[in-house]
Design a protein around this ligand. Structure first.
Ligand code: TRP
Length: 364
């Protein structure tokens, strides 16, 4: 049988999801889920990973599990097509991480760029919790327990996938071909790789207050776009404007499609024409922001409406998650059987091994 094509990805439940998550990964996941090109899709809420740096705030993690689940469903992730589950409910992931810890050195973890920057950002230095320090290992377990071939994530996750691939290669080299090496799937549009915050800062982040959330009301979205960072030197309408680093145009790169001009602004045929006019001068920020607002509302409105519907039946969401956990656990358990066999720690299910040892001791 040809190798199955399996998608896996997840998010930390530390807040509601925003449009950076959406263009960076969520939108793509829904397309992949519906493409029919994959045999299985696993999407999970990484609550155990969220606890590695929120260990003192379990309530926050718990509240956000349901927020993220609602955002998933609102975006079109469909539990009849994708297995949606919660990381902590799959104990096999802990077991797998424990074995992987033998295959990774402290210096390799210290060199992981994501861990490195997060340590700096959080002022952790050596007071870093071991669980946080080793989360790339646990993330490798998340991916490989489901034999994922394709991991759609943002650019920031690249070092994690690379580390997972190394672990797979080392495991297979020592214990024999068992695990599947995953591949990262990055957004194909540069603006989507890392959508800036509404203030123009490099990244959308809750702590900077520069996010547009999928669950924001239409009014909130309009307000946030109105106050969005543009070109600070573009003061009068007739001034030439800069596109580079201009958040409104970065968002247009991420969201605008040719048909939007037919619908909302037929003065231009496409984004290139609009940009050229802005650069030439004679085009005010407010007009461009209005156009962006129309596009964003069109994209976000159905998500908002679906979210509201799903919010009406929270117990059903938990039910869906529970079923997802059961399916996910079955898959992980199967991989763990293979892992234990490869590592020669499957003492009780290998009659041949026992018989062989019995013969050996008799012969002595
Ligand atoms: N680290 C990811 C994030 O911060 C979440 C995550 C955990 C993940 N395990 C994963 C993503 C496995 C992809 C595959 O968003």
């Amino acid at each position: 049988m040809a190798k199955e094509k399996i998608i896996l990805t997840g998010d930390r439940p530390t807040g509601r999801l925003h449009i950076g998550h959406y263009v960076g990964s969520l939108r793509r996941r829904v397309e992949l889920q519906n493409s029919g090109l994959y045999d299985k899709t696993f999407i999970f809420i990484a609550d155990a990973q969220a606890l590695t740096d929120n260990m003192d705030n379990p309530e926050k993690v718990r509240q956000n599990v349901i927020e993220v689940a609602l955002d998933y469903l609102a975006c079109g992730l469909d539990p009849t097509k994708s297995t949606i589950f919660i990381q902590s409910q799959i104990p096999e992931l802990c077991e797998l991480s424990f074995y992987y810890m033998d295959l990774v050195t402290v210096s390799r973890l210290q060199r992981n760029p994501t861990v490195k920057t997060e340590i700096q950002m959080r002022n952790f230095e050596t007071s870093i919790p071991v669980g946080f320090f080793t989360y790339p290992i646990s993330q490798a377990a998340d991916i490989t327990a489901f034999k994922a071939t394709t991991v759609p994530v943002g650019e920031d996750q690249e070092p994690m996938i690379e580390q997972a691939r190394e672990i797979v290669r080392r495991f297979n080299h020592i214990y024999g071909e068992t695990l599947v090496e995953p591949e990262i799937l990055l957004p194909d549009n540069a603006a989507c790789l890392r959508l800036p915050g509404t203030d123009g800062k490099a990244k959308m982040s809750k702590s900077l207050g520069n996010c547009i959330y999928l669950s924001d009301s239409a009014d909130e979205v309009t307000k946030k776009i109105k106050s969005m960072y543009t070109d600070p030197n573009h003061i009068r309408v007739e001034d030439p404007g800069q596109i580079e680093g201009n958040t409104v145009f970065t968002y247009l790169d991420a969201f605008c499609r040719p048909e939007h001009f037919d619908r909302y602004w037929n003065d231009y045929a496409n984004l290139a024409e609009l940009k050229a006019h802005y650069q030439r001068g004679g085009l005010g920020d407010m007009k461009v922001k209005k156009f962006l607002t129309a596009i964003m509302q069109e994209e976000l409105e159905p998500i908002r409406t679906r979210r509201k519907e799903f919010e009406q039946d929270i117990p059903a969401i938990y039910d869906m998650l529970k079923k997802g956990c059961e399916v996910a656990r079955e898959q992980a358990a199967q991989t763990l059987d293979e892992v234990r066999r490869a590592m020669k720690i499957n003492y009780f299910d290998d009659a041949e091994l026992i018989a062989e040892q019995a013969r050996k001791f008799k012969a002595e």
